[in-house]
Design a protein around this ligand. Structure first.
Ligand code: SAH
Length: 255
């Protein structure tokens, strides 16, 4: 899986992508990351990449010339996505799609945005990471690369863990606990200490359902609701789907 990123802050992106899980995967060759400096496409003495907007208004706009130059010189792996709030919303399903493919490239905007001819004639699609406005696409690029890279086979230590976590089954993940079994008087759910794998799996499913019902009813609606079997599981494990507690009877101190 190869990912190429175009930015006016290549050092920033390379530093971030070089840390942690993604950095390790990059160094081991499990994924390939190439960071391109957009200023390489600016041929004037000041290497300027921005200009004031036609029609007036505040701020500057990333000009088409340096962007086209940089992308055409690099011939990056496609699809090439422009990052911006007007784009298609990036989500876990898309991360899975991209992780299964040969790669993708990202173009980071800055200032007030990017000349529209880039969106129309250079990139393949536009991606947004959410309904808010960042100062630049770099943070968004890192979000996309991290979300995709950890799904690439061989990147995460435990291959099954990405299949159990949030969104994998249209649900949020169940709560996680580690030692000590009791911390400041707060015990972990007893079933997790039982060593009974089947019962642990049932509790986790029930807890994930309860948490998703409470926090993200939109996800429950999107997966077509809750089956009678799942409702039985919720009742059996003491998760009242309509109460405010997603932690079940083991966490009465935490509303
Ligand atoms: N004026 C633009 C926002 C420009 S923000 C507008 O109103 O739509 C500057 C750059 O930050 C954008 O070009 C884009 O690359 C990046 N950016 C901002 N918000 C983003 C988001 N939600 N998702 C992805 N990229 C974003």
């Amino acid at each position: 899986m190869r990912s190429e990123i175009f930015t006016i802050f290549p050092d920033l992106v390379a530093t971030w992508a070089g840390a942690g899980l993604v950095g390790k995967a990059w160094r081991s060759g499990a994924i390939e990351i190439v960071v391109h400096d957009l200023r390489a496409g600016a041929h004037d003495p000041h290497r300027s990449v921005d200009d004031s907007p036609f029609g007036g208004g505040a701020g500057m706009v990333l000009a088409p010339e340096p962007v086209f130059n940089a992308v055409e010189a690099a011939q990056p792996v496609r699809p090439l996505f422009l990052l911006g709030p007007s784009g298609r919303r990036f989500d876990q399903a898309m991360a899975q799609e991209l992780a299964a493919g040969p790669g993708f490239s990202l173009l980071c905007g800055r200032y007030e945005g990017v000349d529209e001819r880039v969106a129309e004639h250079l990139v393949d699609d536009e991606l947004s990471i959410g309904d808010y406005v960042l100062a630049g696409g770099e943070a968004a690029a890192i979000v996309v690369v991290e979300a995709v890279a950890r799904l690439v086979p061989g990147v995460m230590g435990n291959a099954t863990s990405s299949q159990e976590e949030s969104f994998a089954d249209g649900l949020l993940e169940y709560p996680q606990y580690t030692r000590p079994a009791e911390f400041r008087g707060w015990p972990v759910p007893e079933v997790l200490l039982s060593g009974h794998h089947e019962r642990v799996a049932q509790w986790r499913k029930a807890a994930a359902l309860a948490r998703t019902l409470q926090r993200r009813p939109d996800l429950i609606a999107a997966r077509g609701g809750i089956s009678p079997e799942e409702r039985r599981l919720l009742v059996e494990w003491g998760f009242d789907a309509l109460s405010s507690s997603t932690y079940g009877p083991d966490r009465p101190d935490r509303p």
